[in-house]
Write a protein that binds this ligand. Sequence first.
Ligand SMILES: *Cc1c(COP(=O)(O)O)cnc(C)c1O
Length: 368
Amino acid sequence: MKVPLLDLTAQYEQLKDQIEPAVLKQMAAQAFVLGPTVENFENNIARYCQVKHAIGMSSGTDALLCALMAFDIGPGDEVIVPTFTFFATAGVVARLGATPVFADIDPLTYNISPDSLADKITDNTRAIIPVHLYGQMAPMTEIMDIARKYELKVIEDACQSIGARQFGQCTGEFGDCSALSFYPSKNLSGFGDGGMLLCQDDELARKFRYLRMHGEDKRYYHSMVGGNFRLDALQAVVLDIKLKYLDSWAAGRQKNAALYDELLAGVTQVRTPFIARDNVSVYNQYVIRAERRDELKEFLTAQQIGNNIYYPVPLHLQECFSTLGGKSGDCPVAEQACKEVLALPVYPELSPEQIRFVADQIKEFYKK
Ligand SMILES: *Cc1c(COP(=O)(O)O)cnc(C)c1O
């Protein structure tokens, strides 16, 4: 039996009768960038995420970059990010000439640790980018308490967590704004790159809209320096159709996760994901902690079971950030996680038989 880590064709088969005519119609209209199709999708995302404003962006990375630009983050400023995340979270900070400051994580959820975060605050700290990793939200109550105390901006990196809930609230309802990604491996995935910024504040939303158009407030009149961060209409067509299925796909992922939890419960060498109280995870990834992780990875790969390590190297130890002086031992919890985490297939179209096969192979491996 073959079990890929992600099988986008399974999802496409389900929707192609809707997507293909809609894409052809958009092509016939020859309207490609922003416009009413994107606006309609933005309105539907805003409603889905329970926020006032949604602004279509060219990627999750550009959404994060645009948010930092809107808050005038630049040289001399420090922005605190978790060290255990996708590179983009910190890359955008460095690109603006500001300094990413790396905080350690919670050993159970892998999300930023509020204690470590509080330790990193200096007079130069301007913002925090909490990441909602693997589909579970970071502890926003604690993070917002710290942010209010030190008057810091909070940009939620929700690229892996559209649809997640904490105390019944969505991403974007806590921080100043929130960034989504529609990269093909995310829960709501386009046919290429795409992203979105969410916020509640009218003035901030206006700024985001200007910044994504080179800071243009009237055609060829620029009040700010922005970039080209616009969402394509063809992507909006595809994403708007998929949005209607997002909740049922999240339910499929949750069901798959529950089955893994049950099947792996007795395997002492493996720890299944921990979901904190009052949180609903959308399981962008199902990540176990495993003894002899690298051997297990090799074994599963040989059995044609897809798997991956998110992430093998914490950001404070990345070569490009070596000038910041990060060293081994600075963030021990994240460093340990990098050695032990392994993502298993969890996409909604998986069959229970496939999940049983994966769990059986993991048990088989630890018998040796
Ligand atoms: C995917 C991802 C991003 C970047 O999104 P892109 O759309 O690929 O630019 C940023 N942060 C996290 C945590 C992500 O998973």
